[in-house]
Unconditional design. Structure first.
Length: 255
């Protein structure tokens, strides 16, 4: 079953994220920026860039989140908002798809490059036009980077799963068909925030949490590390990481 077909049959499979969740997962500095991309700006005639799945709710779906990730990444590469907005509108009409920025780079790399080239030319975004039309290797590398950690549905070519930090946290995944799309330990099927909250309630005892959820200590540590990695500025972050590493060498309760 394709992603959109599953959502049509059961909206609960779309994934649910607050703006705060999206801000945290994407590492965006200001939530207002994401709100503008999904709702438009009150002081501007420019509408939203993302055609949201839940238009009457502040909730962001998994595919909305994937498009926000795409926009954030390409904004970081200097692509203008006008170019991205025009490209999204052109792609939605031309490809008859709601989420063009959540499509596979393998299937839509050439088409997306062409659309963004046309959009950048139309708005006079010369740097992006030169990047898209004259530096294919760089553009392909950018697309490959944004696709890292994403699994695409072979039927629809839309993103279906995402590992936010595949290098540091390969067992943490967002899957809209599981736990409403919240980050979870893939091998255990348990949301990271559930393990993290229990870890705090147990005063940092990994082994008790592991016994409580019937998972390995390593799976609990992975969830805790991930949650802390999303909030590196919290007080005590490095102290906790040091404690984990010391405990790994010093033992602790056995399962």
């Amino acid at each position: 079953m394709g992603v959109m077909e599953a959502i049509d049959r059961d909206p609960l499979l779309a994934g649910f994220y607050s703006i705060g969740d999206a801000t945290r997962l994407l590492g965006v500095s200001h939530a207002a920026k994401l709100r503008g991309w999904i709702n438009g700006w009150p002081s501007s005639k420019s509408g939203p860039i993302v055609d949201r799945d839940f238009k009457k709710s502040p909730t962001v779906s998994f595919l909305d989140l994937m498009e926000l990730r795409f926009i954030e990444y390409f904004r970081g590469q200097g692509v203008s908002m006008q170019t991205l907005r025009n490209a999204a509108e052109m792609a939605r009409k031309e490809w008859s798809v709601q989420h063009p920025f959540a499509l596979s780079d393998v299937k839509y790399l050439t088409d997306r490059r062409r659309v963004i080239a046309q959009a950048s030319e139309a708005v006079g975004d010369r740097p992006t036009w030169e990047l898209v039309t004259g530096q294919y290797l760089i553009w392909d590398a950018i697309e490959a980077s944004i696709a890292k950690g994403v699994v695409f549905d072979p039927a629809t070519h839309l993103a279906s799963r995402w590992k936010p930090r595949p290098g540091d946290h390969p067992d943490i995944v967002l899957d809209p068909a599981r736990a409403f799309g919240k980050p979870l330990v893939d091998s255990a099927g348990i949301p990271t925030d559930a393990l993290f909250r229990q870890w705090k309630a147990e005063d940092g005892n990994f082994d008790r949490v592991a016994r409580w959820f019937n998972v390995s200590r390593g799976q609990v540590e992975g969830a805790v590390r991930f949650e802390l990695d999303l909030a590196r500025s919290r007080i005590g972050f490095y102290r906790v990481i040091d404690a984990i590493e010391r405990d790994e060498h010093g033992g602790g309760d056995e399962l």
